[in-house]
Design a protein around this ligand. Structure first.
Ligand SMILES: Cc1cc2nc3c(=O)[nH]c(=O)nc-3n(C[C@H](O)[C@H](O)[C@H](O)COP(=O)(O)OP(=O)(O)OC[C@H]3O[C@@H](n4cnc5c(N)ncnc54)[C@H](O)[C@@H]3O)c2cc1C
Length: 443
């Protein structure tokens, strides 16, 4: 029986990605032109697709693998994030990141598996992406935030994970700002320059992987043994497809409407000059997550820039407007000024947005969607570590390998369906608005 997937919404340039802009110019892209045949095609060159293509090639060295990406690798979502490879529980729909003991332990196992895999590639190939195993700070600005951190610390104790409290002056010594009241340090988180990492992962793929960029799949005939993927300039025939398109999968058709494309936004400052660096003080590099998941994430980068992230918006059509970007920039500016009054002249140079793939029940899609079509979709806001693991493991699953974590991923709940649009639009937007309102001072 012939079946089709229509890729209704393709990635759009949502603002200007500061991580990408601060790298040297990229080498020219290889695009899909003419007709090709590969044994495997991985669709989506984010962290999930990059790990899936690599793992297929590692385990099947005689097979040919194509990795196809609509944008440049490193410029789209996986190269737009705040660069936290989070190892610990991080349910952003909860009020303190934690879930049940069993769910938290399962998350940690999976996330560490992903982090270890990517760290080993970075080390093996010497990928220059500012990889740091320096941990992260969860910081609160008031009593409510402190209570959320206490709850998080209790959750960590229940699963035997270490953390360390910092009082106001200790966290000020790290960040240079007196803004935060208290913080919890957790040592296992790694951080990166995400665009540099994605570029490096693409450039160091095994020899049997061909990477195509600026090559959006426009449609796919998946019914027979041979699948046909159509592009503006050509086509690829293959026996097996692995879909790693995260939020974009929400619009393919055939999926429950439980995948929620929710955008979040970031801004990056220009580099601080020596006088500004001295005025700020603190450590040269640090990574901070708000006590309330809807609050503001901040990183001080070794290149003397500050990167700030907040604000969420449900955008089922997978693009944001100029007014979304202008509003986000305004929010970022306000959050920056509240934290760094000593840096009045340091302007935000870049602002951008990127699509997360959330679901109401933290569900995700992993496995075989139909004969020869596999998928690893649904980062739930934590794509760097979860995507690394699920990309690696979907490749192993497609090749018939077994692993306890594959079983874990196959058992996870599917995204829970929501009411049809426009009711879903109103419900999701209202839920985000209420959570942002409640985050209050953490913004
Ligand atoms: C501002 C911001 C901050 C964030 N901070 C963090 C963080 O600190 N830590 C963390 O873990 N996560 C963070 N995230 C989320 C993280 O970026 C995502 O979870 C992650 O990118 C998911 O990886 P992925 O490979 O599964 O999907 P994606 O990165 O979305 O990759 C999917 C790829 O598929 C491509 N694609 C889509 N349709 C097609 C098509 N038809 N043809 C070809 N290619 C197609 C897209 O261009 C895209 O590159 C953040 C996100 C944003 C926007």
């Amino acid at each position: 029986m012939a079946s089709k997937l229509d890729f209704a919404h393709l990635p759009a340039p949502d603002g200007v990605n500061g991580w990408w802009e601060s790298l040297p110019p990229a080498a020219p892209a290889r695009t899909v032109t003419g007709e090709h045949a590969f044994d495997y095609v991985v669709v989506g060159g984010g962290i999930t697709g990059l790990c899936a293509a690599r793992r297929l090639a590692e385990l099947a060295p005689d097979a040919s693998v194509a990795l196809v990406e609509a944008d440049r690798i490193g410029r789209s979502t996986a190269g737009r994030n705040s660069g936290f490879f989070v190892d610990l529980p991080h349910d952003i729909s909860s009020e303190s990141y934690s879930r049940s003991v069993e769910a938290d332990k399962a998350d940690v196992r999976l996330q560490r598996h992903g982090i270890d895999y990517v760290r080993s590639i970075v080390k093996q190939h010497g990928i220059d992406c500012d990889w740091r195993d320096d941990g992260k700070y969860h910081a609160s600005v008031n009593k409510k935030g402190h209570a959320a951190l206490t709850h998080f610390a209790e959750g960590l104790a229940r699963i035997g994970e270490a953390c360390e409290w910092l009082d106001r002056s200790a966290i000020e010594k790290v960040t240079g700002t007196p803004f935060y009241e208290s913080a919890l340090f957790t040592p296992g988180c790694s951080t990166v320059q995400p665009a540099a990492l994605m570029r490096g992962l693409a450039a160091t793929q095994p020899a049997n992987v061909t990477v195509f960029e600026l090559s959006a799949v426009k449609g796919m005939d998946t019914g027979g043994a041979a699948k046909l993927l159509k592009f503006a300039g050509g086509s690829i025939t293959t026996a097996r497809v692995v879909l790693c398109t995260n939020a974009y999968a929400a619009t393919f058709g055939g999926h429950p409407n439980g995948l929620l494309p929710v955008y979040t936004f970031a801004s990056m400052s220009r580099p601080m000059n020596p006088d500004e660096i001295a005025r700020l003080g603190g450590m040269q590099s640090w990574a901070l997550i708000p006590a309330d998941p809807m609050g503001t994430t901040v990183r001080r980068l070794a290149n003397h820039r500050i990167c700030i992230r907040n604000h969420f918006a449900f955008r089922p059509n997978l693009s944001v407007s100029d007014s979304d970007l202008a509003k986000s920039r305004q929010l970022h500016q306000r959050s920056f000024e509240r934290r760094f009054p000593m840096l009045k002249d340091v302007e935000l140079q870049y602002t951008w947005g990127g699509a997360l793939c959330l679901s109401a029940n933290n569900g995700a899609l992993f496995g075989q969607r139909e004969q020869g079509v596999f998928e690893a979709v649904g980062c739930n806001g934590l794509g760097l570590s979860r995507g690394s693991a699920s990309g690696k493991l979907i490749a192993e699953y497609a090749l018939g390998e077994s692993h306890a974590l594959i079983d874990q991923l196959l058992r996870q709940p599917h995204p829970r369906s929501l009411p049809m649009r426009p009711i879903a639009d109103v419900a999701v937007t209202a839920a985000i608005w209420m959570k942002e309102f409640s985050a209050g001072a953490e913004l």
